[in-house]
Design a protein around this ligand. Structure first.
Ligand SMILES: *[C@@H]1O[C@H](CO)[C@@H](O)[C@H](O)[C@H]1NC(C)=O
Ligand SMILES: *[C@@H]1O[C@H](CO)[C@@H](O)[C@H](O)[C@H]1NC(C)=O
Ligand SMILES: *[C@@H]1O[C@H](CO)[C@@H](O)[C@H](O)[C@H]1NC(C)=O
Length: 375
């Protein structure tokens, strides 16, 4: 056999084919990686420097300031490593209502598994679906206290809620949120900034809160793992992820809440739809306090360009181009993504139980059930 003949042997053809295949796969992988990298570089446009990776550990040794705080000495600017954000204004009203969030308030007492409450909120247009959310809690956790925040129910709806078993109707006054005063902004912002106020209210008298959106239905009462993760990380767990966290236009948030932009601008973000907060000092002082301050400060979360951007995306959604939905601004998620990400140096598994969706709860707009009414 001459060598030319040999090159045509089936074995050689096979090897050639394999090589081409491998080259194609490699090329594809490089292309995809390159594209996603490009995408993120474009998205990021960092207004601040990108930090080096640092190991997890802040939660182990939080830098709490001397206690007790006064209105003057209360934390006003958020710091992340050596970066300090713009000062927030803490007015008398805010201080009087939320001072319980900062400082050493003593350890939370009692068994968190026993002592947690469930919180849900709805406006009139979400009232029907909220019934199933409440019903799922009543069924799986009989006797568990449910706080239902009235975000604009009709009076016959709030009457109905008041009669539900183990449900406490909580009034909610949007006028108390300073960032909503003045020039009117789109309604979706109102509900986004209201959430930390309801969460703070729920935590005021309770050791821990399981927040569920009106579209969440609990599927299991076996939530020990949620407590384990929360107790292990200092008191917080998100049960679901989302793609709606960061935005393509750098929001003003970053001036107030500096972070590692490279790490915050990734595909996975925490969802605020189902989350568990414990009333530990770490969570009060490193998460909730800043979530509230940013939500109370219009220049922290709002920018006209974000609103316009969001509208464009909504239109795209109508055209069933769901993928672009991720670009719509969700400031509640952006803020928590930054705060929790910073606290745990974006070590995702420390604070997000992605497996929650489908095992612990599901999402649905159904309103097939009736909430049980106490005799
Ligand atoms: C923060 O620290 C890094 C590294 O220690 C340094 O390079 C950077 O200049 C500092 N940034 C600020 C804003 O001080
Ligand atoms: C409240 O009243 C409206 C009409 O006034 C009715 O359509 C709706 O079903 C009522 N809701 C409840 C919960 O009773
Ligand atoms: C809501 O709060 C505003 C000011 O904070 C107050 O003027 C108004 O009376 C309150 N409304 C209700 C229903 O309590």
């Amino acid at each position: 056999m001459d060598s030319e003949h040999e090159t045509m042997s089936p074995g050689f053809v096979k090897i050639c084919f394999l090589r081409i295949l491998i080259a194609l796969i490699l090329g594809y992988v490089l292309l995809v990686f390159g594209m996603s990298h490009l995408h993120y570089t474009w998205m990021t446009q960092p207004p601040i420097e990108v930090m080096e990776d640092v190991p997890y550990g802040l939660a182990d040794s939080p830098q709490f300031s001397p206690d007790p705080y006064t209105q003057d000495t209360a934390p006003k600017s958020y710091t992340f490593m050596n970066l300090t954000g713009t000062d927030f204004e803490i007015d008398d009203d805010f201080w009087n209502k939320y001072r319980f969030l900062v400082g050493d308030q003593g350890e939370i007492s009692g068994d968190v598994m026993e002592g947690f409450v469930v919180a849900v909120a709805a406006s009139s247009n979400h009232f029907p679906q909220s019934i199933d959310a409440v019903q799922s809690v009543q069924r799986l956790f009989p006797g568990k206290k449910i706080l239902y925040f009235d975000w604009g129910l009709e009076s016959n709806e709030s009457d109905a809620v008041s009669a539900w078993c183990d449900v406490e109707l909580k009034s909610f006054n949007f006028s108390d949120i300073r960032s909503l005063h003045g020039e009117i902004i789109g309604e979706s912002w109102h509900y986004q900034v209201a959430k930390p106020f309801a969460m703070a209210e729920a935590l005021r008298d309770n050791a821990a809160v399981l927040w569920i959106d009106s579209t969440a239905r609990l599927l299991s009462s076996n939530i020990d793992y949620v407590f384990e993760v929360a107790e292990g990380d200092g008191g917080i767990v998100f049960l679901d992820k989302t793609v709606q966290g960061a935005t393509k236009i750098p929001p003003p948030i970053y001036d107030y809440l500096p972070t590692n932009l490279e790490r915050s601008n990734r595909k996975k973000h925490v969802s605020t739809g189902t989350m568990f907060f414990m009333k530990t000092r770490l969570i009060r002082e490193r998460i909730l306090w800043w979530w509230l301050l940013c939500s109370n400060t219009r220049t922290c979360f709002f920018h006209e360009s974000l609103e316009a951007h969001c509208e464009v995306i909504k239109d795209a959604r109508k055209n069933r181009n769901m993928d672009t939905g991720r670009d719509c601004s969700r400031v509640d998620q952006s803020i928590l993504n930054i705060l929790a990400g910073n606290l745990f140096h974006y070590e995702w598994d420390k604070y997000c139980l992605e497996s929650g969706l489908g095992t612990l709860f599901k999402l649905s707009q159904s309103n097939r059930h009736t909430a049980s009414i106490c005799p």
